[in-house]
Design a protein around this ligand. Structure first.
Ligand SMILES: Nc1ncnc2c1ncn2[C@@H]1O[C@H](COP(=O)(O)OP(=O)(O)OP(=O)(O)O)[C@@H](O)[C@H]1O
Length: 253
């Protein structure tokens, strides 16, 4: 599981007292986390709480002001960004986009697109993709590096409920198939509470973390997400009660 980095063991990536400032503005303070193979860690937090900054620091795009990141030699990162800025006047197919900056063999591209549910989009124009289709293409591109760690920064932004559920299902299938670790930034509190192994609630610093129910019932979480807490917890309990009932029924049957 994720734990404080006293013993990093088989960790893919560990941060120790990671701190980021933009000029004089502190954005991340004393972040300690451990990412282990095959686990799903979800980052939640209000707007501006430093989630994207943390992800960008982990991929090396932002230099920490203090602290350090320890990366395993086995670490290979696949990154799905929050946004993609493409010049709308510059036509580009998915095939071409996915071969940037490095060309890949056709069978590898086919496999990555299939895993991401985007096999039919190979010859589509990038600037004609819907939000959900674009996310799948970005996911396919991230999978091409055969990541041991998949980093997703609000990958479900703009998707409807069904799109969100499908996306999370797909990530779970990918995790099971490749045993990669997943770190995702999410505002989908309901889904987070159902799918994450470990949740970190960020607000410049880690204000609470642990298994979903523990986080959802913590005072720090409630202070940040108060109005959403009751429904999130109710949803979580309903899901678990339903699973429990199914189990009981199965055993009884
Ligand atoms: N390059 C930058 N230069 C200066 N300030 C920045 C920079 N990038 C982010 N910030 C600031 O750092 C803070 C954290 O931003 P960040 O994007 O990490 O938050 P977030 O939790 O991902 O927010 P959201 O949920 O809205 O995506 C914000 O106050 C933001 O304005």
């Amino acid at each position: 599981m994720f734990s404080r980095p006293s013993a990093t063991g088989d960790a893919l990536l560990t941060t120790e007292q990671l701190t980021v400032r933009f000029g004089q503005q502190p954005v991340l303070d004393n972040i300690n986390l451990v990412l282990r193979p095959g686990r799903i860690l979800t980052l939640i937090g209000p707007n501006g709480s430093g989630k994207s900054t943390l992800v960008k620091t982990l991929i090396g795009a932002i230099k920490p002001s203090a602290g350090r990141i320890i990366r395993s030699p086995d670490l290979s990162v696949g990154y799905v960004p929050q946004r993609l800025h493409l010049d709308p006047t510059f036509p580009m197919t998915v095939r071409r986009f996915i071969n940037l900056p490095k060309r890949h063999a056709s069978h590898e591209i086919g496999e990555a697109l299939e895993q991401a549910g985007a096999e039919h989009l190979l010859n589509a124009a990038m600037n004609h993709l819907s939000g959900g289709q674009l996310q799948r293409v970005l996911l396919a591109r991230a999978l091409l590096s055969r990541p041991s760690l998949l980093l997703l920064d609000e990958a479900t932004q703009g998707l409807d409920h069904r799109g969100v559920a499908e996306f999370y299902q797909r990530i779970e299938q990918i995790r099971q198939r490749s045993q990669c670790a997943v770190l995702m930034v999410s505002h989908d509190l309901h889904v987070v509470m159902r799918t994450a192994d470990h949740v970190i609630c960020l607000n410049g610093h880690i204000c609470c973390e642990g298994q979903p129910e523990r986080v959802a019932s913590s005072p720090q979480y409630q202070a940040l997400f108060g109005d959403q807490t009751a429904s999130t917890l109710a949803f979580y309990r309903h899901q678990h009660t339903s699973h429990h009932d199914e189990e009981t029924l199965r055993h009884a049957g």
